[in-house]
Design a protein around this ligand. Sequence first.
Ligand SMILES: [Zn+2]
Length: 413
Amino acid sequence: MQKTIVENVSIFDVHKGEMVEAQSIIFGPTIESVGNDLRKEKDLQVIDGNGKFLIPGLIDCHVHLEATTAVNWAEEMMRKKTSTYHYIALSNALKHLKVGFTTLRDCGGGKWGSGLRQAIAEGYVIGPRLLVAQWTIGQWGNQEAMGPDEWIQLQKSREVLSGIDGVVHAVRERKRMGSDFIKTMTTGGVLHGMESKLERTLWTEEELAAMVQEAYRLGMHVAVHAHGRGGIVHAAKAGVDTIEHCSFVDEQGISLMKQKNIYLVPTQTSAFMDKPELMKQLPPEVQQKTIEVDTAMLENHKVAFEKGVKIACGTDAGVPGNPHGTSARELTSYVQNIGMTSAEALQSATIVAAEAIKLNHVIGSIEVGKSADFILLDKNPLEDIAMLENLNNLSMVFCRGQLVAKQGKIVEF
Ligand SMILES: [Zn+2]
Protein backbone atom coordinates (compact mmCIF):
# COMPACT_ATOMS: atom_id res chain seq x y z
CA MET A 1 0.00 0.00 0.00
CA GLN A 2 1.35 3.43 -0.95
CA LYS A 3 1.94 5.62 2.09
CA THR A 4 -0.07 8.82 2.36
CA ILE A 5 0.28 12.11 4.20
CA VAL A 6 -2.59 14.38 5.13
CA GLU A 7 -1.03 17.80 5.66
CA ASN A 8 -2.03 20.83 7.67
CA VAL A 9 -5.23 19.42 9.15
CA SER A 10 -6.95 19.85 12.54
CA ILE A 11 -6.90 16.51 14.40
CA PHE A 12 -9.28 15.56 17.22
CA ASP A 13 -7.35 14.65 20.38
CA VAL A 14 -9.68 12.14 22.03
CA HIS A 15 -7.93 12.39 25.40
CA LYS A 16 -8.21 16.18 25.72
CA GLY A 17 -11.49 16.40 23.81
CA GLU A 18 -10.23 19.20 21.55
CA MET A 19 -9.00 19.90 18.03
CA VAL A 20 -5.26 20.36 17.56
CA GLU A 21 -4.56 22.63 14.58
CA ALA A 22 -1.89 22.45 11.84
CA GLN A 23 -1.10 18.74 12.20
CA SER A 24 0.02 16.18 9.65
CA ILE A 25 -0.39 12.42 9.65
CA ILE A 26 1.56 9.79 7.67
CA PHE A 27 -0.03 6.37 7.33
CA GLY A 28 -0.10 3.03 5.55
CA PRO A 29 -2.44 0.41 7.03
CA THR A 30 -1.43 1.83 10.43
CA ILE A 31 -0.59 5.36 11.57
CA GLU A 32 3.17 5.93 11.26
CA SER A 33 3.59 9.49 12.48
CA VAL A 34 1.54 12.42 13.70
CA GLY A 35 2.81 15.95 14.38
CA ASN A 36 3.25 19.49 13.15
CA ASP A 37 6.62 19.13 11.47
CA LEU A 38 6.89 15.71 9.84
CA ARG A 39 9.81 14.78 7.61
CA LYS A 40 8.37 13.80 4.23
CA GLU A 41 9.78 10.69 2.61
CA LYS A 42 9.78 10.34 -1.18
CA ASP A 43 6.77 8.76 -2.95
CA LEU A 44 4.23 9.89 -0.42
CA GLN A 45 0.75 10.49 -1.74
CA VAL A 46 -0.24 13.96 -0.51
CA ILE A 47 -3.70 15.09 0.63
CA ASP A 48 -4.14 18.75 1.50
CA GLY A 49 -6.00 18.93 4.81
CA ASN A 50 -6.17 22.73 4.93
CA GLY A 51 -9.49 23.81 6.46
CA LYS A 52 -10.47 20.20 7.23
CA PHE A 53 -10.93 18.24 10.46
CA LEU A 54 -9.71 14.68 11.06
CA ILE A 55 -11.41 12.40 13.59
CA PRO A 56 -10.90 8.69 14.38
CA GLY A 57 -13.17 6.22 12.58
CA LEU A 58 -16.42 5.94 14.53
CA ILE A 59 -17.49 2.86 16.49
CA ASP A 60 -21.03 1.53 16.94
CA CYS A 61 -21.03 -0.96 19.83
CA HIS A 62 -24.52 -2.31 19.15
CA VAL A 63 -25.80 -3.22 15.68
CA HIS A 64 -27.67 -6.17 14.20
CA LEU A 65 -26.35 -6.46 10.68
CA GLU A 66 -28.76 -9.19 9.62
CA ALA A 67 -31.77 -7.13 10.75
CA THR A 68 -33.70 -5.29 8.06
CA THR A 69 -35.80 -2.87 10.21
CA ALA A 70 -38.88 -4.97 9.36
CA VAL A 71 -41.63 -4.69 11.97
CA ASN A 72 -42.60 -8.33 11.28
CA TRP A 73 -39.00 -9.44 11.73
CA ALA A 74 -39.81 -12.84 13.25
CA GLU A 75 -42.07 -13.85 10.32
CA GLU A 76 -39.48 -12.54 7.90
CA MET A 77 -36.85 -14.77 9.48
CA MET A 78 -39.00 -17.84 8.89
CA ARG A 79 -39.27 -17.02 5.17
CA LYS A 80 -35.67 -16.23 4.26
CA LYS A 81 -32.94 -18.74 3.47
CA THR A 82 -30.27 -18.76 6.17
CA SER A 83 -27.51 -18.02 3.64
CA THR A 84 -29.35 -14.88 2.46
CA TYR A 85 -28.38 -13.29 5.76
CA HIS A 86 -24.69 -13.34 4.82
CA TYR A 87 -25.43 -10.93 1.98
CA ILE A 88 -27.87 -8.81 3.95
CA ALA A 89 -25.22 -8.44 6.66
CA LEU A 90 -22.53 -7.40 4.16
CA SER A 91 -24.83 -4.89 2.49
CA ASN A 92 -25.73 -3.37 5.86
CA ALA A 93 -22.08 -3.31 7.01
CA LEU A 94 -21.25 -1.15 3.98
CA LYS A 95 -24.02 1.29 4.86
CA HIS A 96 -22.21 1.94 8.15
CA LEU A 97 -18.74 2.07 6.63
CA LYS A 98 -19.57 4.70 4.01
CA VAL A 99 -20.73 7.15 6.70
CA GLY A 100 -17.56 6.75 8.77
CA PHE A 101 -18.39 3.91 11.16
CA THR A 102 -15.26 1.84 10.63
CA THR A 103 -15.84 -0.59 13.53
CA LEU A 104 -19.08 -2.36 14.43
CA ARG A 105 -19.91 -4.74 17.25
CA ASP A 106 -22.72 -7.03 16.11
CA CYS A 107 -24.77 -7.89 19.18
CA GLY A 108 -26.46 -11.03 17.93
CA GLY A 109 -27.26 -12.48 14.58
CA GLY A 110 -26.89 -15.84 12.90
CA LYS A 111 -23.93 -17.97 11.97
CA TRP A 112 -22.72 -15.54 9.28
CA GLY A 113 -20.70 -13.32 11.68
CA SER A 114 -17.25 -14.85 11.88
CA GLY A 115 -17.22 -15.67 8.15
CA LEU A 116 -18.00 -12.10 7.15
CA ARG A 117 -15.44 -10.78 9.64
CA GLN A 118 -12.79 -13.04 8.13
CA ALA A 119 -13.71 -12.20 4.51
CA ILE A 120 -13.36 -8.47 5.30
CA ALA A 121 -10.16 -8.86 7.34
CA GLU A 122 -8.54 -10.89 4.53
CA GLY A 123 -9.57 -8.36 1.86
CA TYR A 124 -12.03 -10.46 -0.18
CA VAL A 125 -14.67 -7.79 0.32
CA ILE A 126 -14.38 -4.30 1.77
CA GLY A 127 -16.14 -3.61 5.01
CA PRO A 128 -15.73 -2.23 8.51
CA ARG A 129 -13.85 -4.02 11.29
CA LEU A 130 -16.32 -6.40 12.91
CA LEU A 131 -16.71 -7.90 16.35
CA VAL A 132 -19.42 -10.53 16.35
CA ALA A 133 -21.42 -12.28 19.05
CA GLN A 134 -23.18 -14.50 16.50
CA TRP A 135 -26.01 -16.20 18.33
CA THR A 136 -26.97 -14.65 21.64
CA ILE A 137 -27.17 -16.94 24.66
CA GLY A 138 -30.83 -16.87 25.70
CA GLN A 139 -32.56 -18.42 28.64
CA TRP A 140 -34.81 -21.34 27.77
CA GLY A 141 -38.43 -20.43 28.51
CA ASN A 142 -38.01 -16.76 27.75
CA GLN A 143 -38.32 -14.77 24.52
CA GLU A 144 -35.88 -16.95 22.59
CA ALA A 145 -37.91 -20.08 23.17
CA MET A 146 -41.58 -19.24 22.79
CA GLY A 147 -44.02 -19.18 19.91
CA PRO A 148 -44.72 -21.60 17.03
CA ASP A 149 -43.07 -25.02 16.84
CA GLU A 150 -40.93 -23.97 13.86
CA TRP A 151 -39.49 -21.13 15.93
CA ILE A 152 -38.77 -23.48 18.83
CA GLN A 153 -36.95 -25.85 16.47
CA LEU A 154 -34.81 -22.95 15.28
CA GLN A 155 -34.06 -21.91 18.85
CA LYS A 156 -33.15 -25.47 19.83
CA SER A 157 -30.49 -25.40 17.15
CA ARG A 158 -29.19 -22.19 18.77
CA GLU A 159 -28.74 -23.99 22.06
CA VAL A 160 -30.90 -22.01 24.40
CA LEU A 161 -29.83 -23.98 27.43
CA SER A 162 -30.31 -24.12 31.18
CA GLY A 163 -28.07 -24.73 34.15
CA ILE A 164 -24.35 -24.13 34.72
CA ASP A 165 -23.26 -26.96 32.40
CA GLY A 166 -25.63 -25.58 29.76
CA VAL A 167 -24.32 -22.04 29.81
CA VAL A 168 -20.67 -23.12 29.96
CA HIS A 169 -21.25 -25.34 26.93
CA ALA A 170 -23.03 -22.51 25.12
CA VAL A 171 -20.06 -20.16 25.72
CA ARG A 172 -17.64 -22.80 24.41
CA GLU A 173 -19.86 -23.35 21.38
CA ARG A 174 -19.78 -19.61 20.61
CA LYS A 175 -15.98 -19.73 20.84
CA ARG A 176 -15.93 -22.64 18.39
CA MET A 177 -18.19 -20.68 16.03
CA GLY A 178 -15.73 -17.76 16.10
CA SER A 179 -17.59 -15.27 18.32
CA ASP A 180 -15.51 -12.35 19.61
CA PHE A 181 -17.70 -11.79 22.64
CA ILE A 182 -20.76 -13.15 24.40
CA LYS A 183 -24.14 -11.45 24.21
CA THR A 184 -26.85 -12.43 26.63
CA MET A 185 -29.99 -10.96 28.18
CA THR A 186 -30.82 -10.53 31.87
CA THR A 187 -34.31 -9.14 31.18
CA GLY A 188 -36.97 -9.48 28.50
CA GLY A 189 -37.06 -7.24 25.43
CA VAL A 190 -39.42 -4.62 24.04
CA LEU A 191 -40.22 -6.24 20.70
CA HIS A 192 -40.92 -9.74 21.98
CA GLY A 193 -44.49 -9.58 23.24
CA MET A 194 -45.90 -9.55 26.75
CA GLU A 195 -44.37 -12.80 28.03
CA SER A 196 -41.00 -11.19 27.64
CA LYS A 197 -41.04 -9.10 30.81
CA LEU A 198 -38.72 -6.13 31.17
CA GLU A 199 -38.74 -6.44 34.95
CA ARG A 200 -38.10 -10.21 35.03
CA THR A 201 -34.53 -11.13 35.92
CA LEU A 202 -33.12 -13.89 33.75
CA TRP A 203 -30.45 -16.43 34.72
CA THR A 204 -29.67 -17.44 38.27
CA GLU A 205 -26.67 -15.74 39.86
CA GLU A 206 -24.71 -18.99 39.50
CA GLU A 207 -25.57 -19.37 35.80
CA LEU A 208 -24.59 -15.78 34.99
CA ALA A 209 -21.36 -16.00 37.00
CA ALA A 210 -20.44 -19.23 35.19
CA MET A 211 -21.14 -17.64 31.80
CA VAL A 212 -18.98 -14.59 32.54
CA GLN A 213 -16.16 -16.67 34.02
CA GLU A 214 -16.05 -19.04 31.04
CA ALA A 215 -16.19 -16.15 28.56
CA TYR A 216 -13.20 -14.46 30.23
CA ARG A 217 -11.30 -17.74 30.41
CA LEU A 218 -11.69 -18.02 26.63
CA GLY A 219 -10.68 -14.39 25.98
CA MET A 220 -14.13 -12.99 25.27
CA HIS A 221 -15.90 -10.04 26.87
CA VAL A 222 -19.60 -9.99 27.80
CA ALA A 223 -22.39 -7.67 26.63
CA VAL A 224 -25.73 -7.86 28.42
CA HIS A 225 -29.12 -6.63 27.21
CA ALA A 226 -31.00 -5.32 30.26
CA HIS A 227 -33.99 -2.98 30.61
CA GLY A 228 -35.40 -3.54 34.13
CA ARG A 229 -33.53 -2.37 37.24
CA GLY A 230 -33.23 -5.91 38.65
CA GLY A 231 -31.62 -7.29 35.49
CA ILE A 232 -29.22 -4.34 35.36
CA VAL A 233 -28.08 -4.86 38.96
CA HIS A 234 -27.82 -8.62 38.34
CA ALA A 235 -25.56 -8.05 35.30
CA ALA A 236 -23.49 -5.42 37.08
CA LYS A 237 -22.90 -7.69 40.10
CA ALA A 238 -21.71 -10.44 37.75
CA GLY A 239 -19.09 -7.97 36.44
CA VAL A 240 -20.01 -7.90 32.74
CA ASP A 241 -18.35 -5.40 30.39
CA THR A 242 -21.21 -3.49 28.81
CA ILE A 243 -24.90 -3.12 29.62
CA GLU A 244 -27.09 -2.45 26.59
CA HIS A 245 -30.24 -0.25 26.72
CA CYS A 246 -30.04 0.08 30.53
CA SER A 247 -33.45 1.77 30.49
CA PHE A 248 -34.51 1.64 34.14
CA VAL A 249 -31.06 1.91 35.72
CA ASP A 250 -31.35 3.17 39.30
CA GLU A 251 -28.93 4.40 41.94
CA GLN A 252 -27.76 0.91 42.87
CA GLY A 253 -27.14 0.03 39.22
CA ILE A 254 -25.29 3.31 38.64
CA SER A 255 -23.04 2.84 41.65
CA LEU A 256 -22.22 -0.80 40.71
CA MET A 257 -21.49 0.17 37.10
CA LYS A 258 -19.10 2.90 38.24
CA GLN A 259 -17.42 0.67 40.79
CA LYS A 260 -16.88 -2.14 38.24
CA ASN A 261 -16.10 0.09 35.25
CA ILE A 262 -19.06 -1.21 33.24
CA TYR A 263 -19.99 0.78 30.14
CA LEU A 264 -23.55 1.83 29.32
CA VAL A 265 -24.53 1.40 25.66
CA PRO A 266 -27.65 3.59 25.27
CA THR A 267 -29.27 2.62 21.90
CA GLN A 268 -31.39 5.79 22.10
CA THR A 269 -32.10 5.89 18.37
CA SER A 270 -34.06 2.65 18.78
CA ALA A 271 -36.73 4.73 20.58
CA PHE A 272 -40.04 4.83 18.70
CA MET A 273 -41.57 7.83 20.38
CA ASP A 274 -41.07 10.12 17.40
CA LYS A 275 -42.35 7.56 14.88
CA PRO A 276 -46.16 7.38 15.26
CA GLU A 277 -46.63 5.59 11.90
CA LEU A 278 -44.37 2.78 13.05
CA MET A 279 -45.94 2.61 16.49
CA LYS A 280 -49.32 1.89 14.91
CA GLN A 281 -47.94 -1.28 13.29
CA LEU A 282 -46.81 -2.77 16.60
CA PRO A 283 -49.01 -5.06 18.74
CA PRO A 284 -50.69 -3.07 21.58
CA GLU A 285 -48.63 -4.69 24.36
CA VAL A 286 -45.40 -3.85 22.53
CA GLN A 287 -46.58 -0.25 22.08
CA GLN A 288 -47.08 -0.02 25.84
CA LYS A 289 -43.60 -1.34 26.62
CA THR A 290 -42.13 0.99 24.01
CA ILE A 291 -43.59 4.10 25.60
CA GLU A 292 -42.38 3.08 29.07
CA VAL A 293 -38.86 2.24 27.90
CA ASP A 294 -38.38 5.26 25.66
CA THR A 295 -39.35 7.69 28.40
CA ALA A 296 -37.30 6.02 31.13
CA MET A 297 -34.24 5.59 28.95
CA LEU A 298 -33.70 9.25 28.21
CA GLU A 299 -34.14 10.34 31.84
CA ASN A 300 -32.05 7.59 33.41
CA HIS A 301 -29.16 7.74 30.95
CA LYS A 302 -28.82 11.44 31.72
CA VAL A 303 -28.58 10.73 35.46
CA ALA A 304 -26.10 7.88 34.87
CA PHE A 305 -23.89 10.12 32.71
CA GLU A 306 -24.01 12.98 35.23
CA LYS A 307 -23.00 10.56 38.00
CA GLY A 308 -20.00 9.36 36.00
CA VAL A 309 -21.03 6.13 34.22
CA LYS A 310 -19.09 5.80 30.97
CA ILE A 311 -21.27 5.91 27.86
CA ALA A 312 -20.17 3.98 24.76
CA CYS A 313 -22.01 4.71 21.51
CA GLY A 314 -24.38 1.98 20.36
CA THR A 315 -27.59 2.23 18.36
CA ASP A 316 -29.35 -1.15 17.90
CA ALA A 317 -29.28 -0.39 14.15
CA GLY A 318 -31.45 -2.82 12.20
CA VAL A 319 -34.44 -2.84 14.56
CA PRO A 320 -37.65 -1.23 13.25
CA GLY A 321 -37.30 2.52 12.67
CA ASN A 322 -33.53 2.40 13.08
CA PRO A 323 -31.92 1.97 9.63
CA HIS A 324 -28.31 0.98 9.09
CA GLY A 325 -26.12 3.92 8.12
CA THR A 326 -27.80 6.47 10.41
CA SER A 327 -25.80 5.87 13.59
CA ALA A 328 -24.59 9.48 13.77
CA ARG A 329 -28.10 10.37 15.00
CA GLU A 330 -27.21 8.58 18.23
CA LEU A 331 -24.49 11.16 18.96
CA THR A 332 -26.89 14.03 18.32
CA SER A 333 -29.23 12.36 20.81
CA TYR A 334 -26.49 12.27 23.49
CA VAL A 335 -26.03 16.03 23.14
CA GLN A 336 -29.78 16.72 23.15
CA ASN A 337 -30.91 14.19 25.75
CA ILE A 338 -27.96 13.29 27.99
CA GLY A 339 -26.37 16.73 28.08
CA MET A 340 -23.03 15.78 26.54
CA THR A 341 -20.91 18.34 24.72
CA SER A 342 -20.17 17.56 21.06
CA ALA A 343 -16.63 16.56 22.12
CA GLU A 344 -17.98 14.11 24.71
CA ALA A 345 -20.35 12.63 22.14
CA LEU A 346 -17.41 12.14 19.79
CA GLN A 347 -15.39 10.50 22.58
CA SER A 348 -18.27 8.09 23.23
CA ALA A 349 -17.99 6.82 19.63
CA THR A 350 -14.16 6.75 19.56
CA ILE A 351 -11.92 6.19 22.58
CA VAL A 352 -14.67 5.32 25.09
CA ALA A 353 -16.29 2.83 22.70
CA ALA A 354 -12.86 1.34 21.89
CA GLU A 355 -12.23 0.79 25.62
CA ALA A 356 -15.69 -0.71 26.09
CA ILE A 357 -15.09 -3.35 23.42
CA LYS A 358 -11.45 -3.96 24.46
CA LEU A 359 -9.95 -2.62 21.23
CA ASN A 360 -8.38 0.61 22.48
CA HIS A 361 -4.91 -0.71 21.61
CA VAL A 362 -5.97 -0.83 17.92
CA ILE A 363 -8.57 1.89 17.32
CA GLY A 364 -10.30 4.87 18.93
CA SER A 365 -7.64 7.59 18.58
CA ILE A 366 -5.18 9.09 16.11
CA GLU A 367 -1.94 7.73 17.56
CA VAL A 368 1.15 6.04 16.12
CA GLY A 369 0.73 2.28 15.74
CA LYS A 370 -3.06 2.28 15.65
CA SER A 371 -5.06 1.29 12.58
CA ALA A 372 -5.41 4.14 10.07
CA ASP A 373 -9.18 4.42 10.52
CA PHE A 374 -10.35 8.01 10.27
CA ILE A 375 -12.70 10.51 8.66
CA LEU A 376 -11.73 13.77 7.01
CA LEU A 377 -14.49 16.32 7.57
CA ASP A 378 -15.30 19.63 5.90
CA LYS A 379 -16.65 21.20 9.10
CA ASN A 380 -15.72 21.13 12.79
CA PRO A 381 -17.88 18.50 14.57
CA LEU A 382 -17.13 20.12 17.94
CA GLU A 383 -19.24 23.11 16.90
CA ASP A 384 -22.23 20.93 16.06
CA ILE A 385 -22.10 17.13 16.24
CA ALA A 386 -25.17 16.89 13.98
CA MET A 387 -22.89 17.82 11.03
CA LEU A 388 -21.94 14.11 10.95
CA GLU A 389 -25.47 13.30 9.73
CA ASN A 390 -24.92 15.32 6.54
CA LEU A 391 -23.06 13.12 4.06
CA ASN A 392 -21.74 16.15 2.15
CA ASN A 393 -19.54 16.94 5.17
CA LEU A 394 -17.84 13.52 5.09
CA SER A 395 -15.03 14.35 2.70
CA MET A 396 -13.15 11.01 2.95
CA VAL A 397 -13.38 7.84 5.05
CA PHE A 398 -10.28 5.69 5.52
CA CYS A 399 -10.34 2.18 7.00
CA ARG A 400 -7.08 0.30 7.63
CA GLY A 401 -5.36 3.03 5.58
CA GLN A 402 -7.53 2.49 2.53
CA LEU A 403 -9.79 5.23 1.14
CA VAL A 404 -13.21 3.56 1.22
CA ALA A 405 -15.77 6.35 0.84
CA LYS A 406 -16.26 9.96 -0.22
CA GLN A 407 -19.32 12.05 0.70
CA GLY A 408 -21.19 8.95 1.86
CA LYS A 409 -20.47 6.89 -1.27
CA ILE A 410 -18.22 3.83 -1.42
CA VAL A 411 -15.29 4.44 -3.80
CA GLU A 412 -14.18 2.02 -6.50
CA PHE A 413 -10.92 0.14 -6.01
ZN1 LIG B 1 -30.02 -5.19 20.09
